[in-house]
Design a protein around this ligand. Structure first.
Ligand SMILES: Cc1ncc(COP(=O)(O)O)c(C=O)c1O
Length: 375
């Protein structure tokens, strides 16, 4: 059976090849590989969340088909969370539960884009380009560095076919962050040019050294032109449960809801209850203490990994103040991050992600994850 053409258009097998090489090398040499490609959160789940989960597991009806409804406790907790965490009163009462933010990143283009439509995607950036292609539409990369220096640079790429602009800070893969002033400029430009901004914000709470990352919903006009995705994967170390949600621009959420009624059967009620519990209690002592420890853990991981790589690779590695990744360029003499990653795998038994996976501008970079460390 021949797979659909769109799969071959979706890009690189670079990572699959490298993972395979790593497994073979480990088998052949018996020497374990230090795998720095994974984003699984290493910080343990809070006891309070586990206990709540055990308690909820006694309620048989929570295991039924959820239907397409969002339980009021979940929607209300999201509104409470935005008030407490970002001091924002969300105008649109609707939220869309997501089976992890990845659910929305891959499915939203199907709800918004027709074949031929264009989406502005960060370069380097998460999987927005391939998800645009999956919808039969065209990704138009914008330089992340240029965008950060001047948001207008991305809007210069707008054509009459452009419908949306994706962004993500703290960035995967670079760890770069922005402030409210930046978000305000982007919202003003989006309103002026009449496009939708999708702010993918799963690392908003993973910051340290006094840095507090904002929500785009904090700026004036955001709900008229933007939606935001949030996730409990990193915030609560609940990556496997697949819990996220979308807020913001009403018409977009309506369209997305219609699409989601087609592609899945709603979010598990147990998970909705857990989300409601976590978000509603964001300002409780147990959670403030837990999240402080979580960020100390990631800060330590960040420095430990940077020290390790600087020693092993004899490179200077920049240390971000948020996100879960180190991003650094390859030394002279290596044309691409892919060639460098292959060399480092062979010589040092360390597996890195070549930056080309995230776009053209990542070609001479590599990414190392400190979400979980076993050095
Ligand atoms: C930028 C970005 N968006 C979305 C996701 C997916 O998050 P979730 O676990 O909620 O699906 C990730 C996960 O690594 C990510 O880095």
């Amino acid at each position: 059976m021949k797979a659909a053409k769109r799969l071959s258009e979706m890009g690189s097998y670079v990572m699959a090849d490298l993972q395979k090489q790593a497994r073979e090398q480990e088998k052949r040499t018996g020497k374990p590989i230090v795998n720095l490609t994974l984003g699984n959160p290493g910080f343990p789940v809070a006891d309070e969340v586990k206990n709540k989960m055990s308690e909820l597991c006694q309620e048989a009806e929570l295991f039924r088909y959820p239907g397409y409804r969002t339980i009021p406790a979940f929607s209300e907790a999201v509104h409470v969370y935005y008030q407490k965490r970002f001091h924002v009163e969300l105008q649109n009462p609707m939220i869309i539960p997501l089976l992890g933010v990845k659910d929305a990143v891959s499915h939203l283009p199907l709800a918004l884009l027709d074949p031929g439509d264009e989406a502005l995607v960060p370069d380097p950036g998460f999987t927005y380009a391939s998800d645009t292609i999956l919808a039969g539409s065209t990704p138009v990369p914008y330089s992340l560095n240029a965008f950060m220096a001047d948001p207008h640079s991305a809007f210069k790429k707008i054509s009459e076919k452009t419908k949306i602009l994706w962004m993500n800070f703290p960035s995967n893969p670079t760890g770069q962050m922005v402030d409210l002033l930046f978000y305000q400029k982007v919202v003003d430009l989006a309103l002026k040019y009449g496009i939708l901004v999708i702010n993918d914000n799963p690392y908003v709470n993973i910051t340290w050294d006094g840095v507090v990352a904002p929500s785009i919903m904090q700026v004036k006009g955001a709900e008229r032109t933007a939606i935001e995705f949030m996730s409990l994967s990193k915030d609560y170390s609940l990556a496997g449960l697949r819990i996220g949600y979308a807020v913001g621009h009403a018409e977009t959420l309506q369209a997305f809801s219609k699409l989601k009624n087609q592609v899945d059967a709603g979010m598990c009620l147990l998970h909705q209850e857990i989300a409601a519990f976590c978000l509603d209690q964001v300002d409780q002592d147990w959670q403030m203490e837990w999240s402080e420890k979580r960020n100390d853990y990631y800060r330590n991981n960040c420095h430990q990994l940077a020290d390790f790589l600087e020693e092993k690779l004899k490179r200077t590695v920049e240390r971000p103040k948020g996100g879960l990744y180190l991003w650094f360029d390859v030394p002279d003499g290596y044309e691409t991050g892919e060639i460098y990653a292959q060399h480092i795998l062979k010589e040092k038994s360390i597996l890195l992600v070549p930056g080309s996976v995230y776009g053209q501008e990542g070609k001479r970079f590599v990414r190392a994850s400190f979400a979980y460390l076993d050095l």
